[in-house]
Design a protein around this ligand. Structure first.
Ligand code: FPP
Length: 243
């Protein structure tokens, strides 16, 4: 299939996706409980969300809880769930005021009912906002998303709503959780680990990656600005030759 993507000439990434890693290590190194790292991590989320519009970023996707994170202690899992609730409750007015649209990707069924309701409510409350689209991945795994997308596609075909003859990259994308979002241009991971951990496997096929040695609780708006400046120096070719 010919590569039809236009060469990306925009100096700043439209869509930044982040793997917010290293909260636990950040806390442990300071003799604090792991949850203290996650709490500081939420503060960094607020700072980064605020910084995006001025940096030209219109879409931000954050990996908050993976399909594998259920394996952690129940104290940590419950603490993270409390933080998600706290963030939604505390930030909803500010997100509306700042024109941020908040969406969630991932499975929802395994989350508690009250959290599911809060997630739907804030999605509805912010649905018309267009200054920044913020997507939070909770109980998310890229392979799981692709499998769920395939099931949706087969169901649509069985219902007579989708013809397999029309299957291509764009039409398959409409069955994924990220339907309507542009692909990420830049994926960042903190904490020094160099892996993608099942994050946006389909969507980040052509993304640029940057792996940072700092832990997420040390990630600031200035660090984001530096990453965006580095991205501006890269030559994105999407498989074509340099022009
Ligand atoms: C990875 O660090 C981080 C997580 C599994 C949780 C990320 C969640 C937040 C930053 C808070 C909530 C976010 C929102 C959007 C409200 P780790 O615990 O794996 O760190 P480690 O590798 O050092 O143990």
């Amino acid at each position: 299939m010919p590569n039809t993507r236009a060469l990306h000439k925009r100096p700043e990434p439209e869509h930044v996706a982040i793997i917010m890693d290293g909260n636990g290590r950040w806390a442990t190194r300071r003799g604090l409980p792991r949850l203290a790292g996650h709490k500081r991590g939420v503060e960094r989320v607020r700072e980064v969300v605020q910084a995006c519009p001025d940096l030209g970023v219109t879409h931000l996707t954050l990996y908050a809880f993976s399909t594998e994170n259920w394996k952690r202690s129940s104290a940590e899992v419950n603490g993270l769930m409390r933080l998600f609730r706290w963030y939604i409750r505390k930030e909803s007015a500010k997100l509306v005021e700042a024109g941020v649209r908040l969406r969630f990707i991932g499975m929802r069924e395994r989350l508690s009912k009250d959290l599911q309701v809060m997630m739907t409510q804030i999605e509805e409350l912010t649905a018309e906002n267009d200054k920044l689209s913020l997507t939070v991945a909770i109980d998310y795994g890229g392979r799981d998303e692709i499998l769920r997308g395939m099931k949706r596609m087969v169901e649509a075909r069985d219902a007579g709503d989708f013809d397999i003859a029309d299957l291509d990259e764009a039409s398959f994308g409409t069955f994924l959780d990220t339907d309507g979002l542009p692909d990420p241009d830049l994926v960042l991971r903190t904490s020094g680990e160099v892996r993608i951990s099942n994050y946006l496997l389909w969507q980040a096929a052509y993304a640029e990656y940057e792996f940072l040695d700092i832990c997420w609780p040390d990630f600031t708006g200035e660090v984001l600005a530096d990453c965006i400046a580095n991205y501006g120096q890269r030559d994105r070719r999407f498989g074509a030759v340099a022009g």
